[in-house]
Design a protein around this ligand. Structure first.
Ligand code: PEP
Length: 259
């Protein structure tokens, strides 16, 4: 990890936690935060708990995000949520294009592009997820898949907009499976992503780009992954549902920066 980039640890709570449960988890993260305050921590609860989490963390310097957004500001779009509404609820970040949304809800690179534009237009930081299936990896199509996803979803942005995008490399075969990418596998893709960003926007933008790894990150593998030069932090699913493991991952990422 390059020391210029502060580690970012984002916890995607998916469809877990009631409002009370979310408050409890956020309070526990806030209690442990002073020890890891050199990292940026982002809690990403379900929509119903965003405001409660926001209230709990606001004085502590922990950030809050949402798991999805629609591209329109308002209108007859039953069941969707707009960037304006997320902003009002206190979000600064929003996950876009998570593989579970691509798999179960028809998300495509084109919808990711539209959502990213809308989020940026409302001053939200998009966390754009990309990653290959197991079949693509086994057929040596990983890098081609990553290139296509980036080109179709974010490379049409202008430079100042792109600079606000956080990228998350999440190999689909590693999400929720307990099988994380090895540090070498993660580094190969992260450095490829950075080189594509450099080709599109130049070296300065690429050096500052935040590229998170996601896929079965746990306290016991976070250090070796975070030590890789182009891994700037993590998007964490399962291990973010307990404050202890989420904070331990942040500690490991910080230890890797200092190492
Ligand atoms: C995720 O949902 O983005 C994720 C990486 O999940 P997990 O850490 O459980 O693999």
């Amino acid at each position: 990890m390059q020391t210029l980039r502060k580690p970012v640890i984002a916890g995607n709570w998916k469809m877990h936690k009631t409002i009370a449960g979310a408050r409890e988890l956020a309070e526990a993260v806030v209690r442990g935060f002073p020890e890891v305050s050199q990292a940026t921590l982002i809690l990403i609860p379900p929509f119903t708990a965003i405001q409660e989490v926001r209230k709990t963390i606001s004085a502590a310097g922990v950030e809050v995000g949402a798991q999805n957004v629609f591209w329109e500001e308002k209108g007859a779009f039953t069941g969707e949520i707009s960037p304006l509404q997320l902003k009002e609820a206190g979000c600064r970040f929003v996950v876009i294009g998570h593989s579970e949304r691509r798999q179960h809800f028809g998300e495509t690179d084109e919808t990711v592009r539209k959502k990213t534009l809308a989020a940026l237009g409302h001053d939200l930081y998009p966390i754009v997820c990309i990653g290959e299936t197991l079949e693509e990896r086994e057929n040596n199509q990983t890098l081609a898949r990553i290139r296509t996803q980036l080109e179709k979803s974010v490379f049409s942005l202008d430079e100042s907009s792109f600079s606000r995008v956080v990228l998350a490399y999440e190999p689909i075969w590693a999400i929720g499976t307990g099988r994380n990418a090895s540090p070498e596998q993660a580094q190969e893709v992260h450095s490829f992503i950075r080189s594509l960003v450099a080709g599109r926007y130049g070296k300065t933008v690429a050096d500052c780009a935040i590229i998170l790894y996601g896929g079965s990150v746990k306290p016991n593998n976070a250090f070796s992954l975070a030590r890789e030069k182009d891994v700037d932090g993590f998007l964490v699913g399962g291990a973010s549902l307990e404050a202890e493991s989420f904070l331990a991952i942040a500690r490991e990422a910080l230890r890797a920066v200092r190492d």
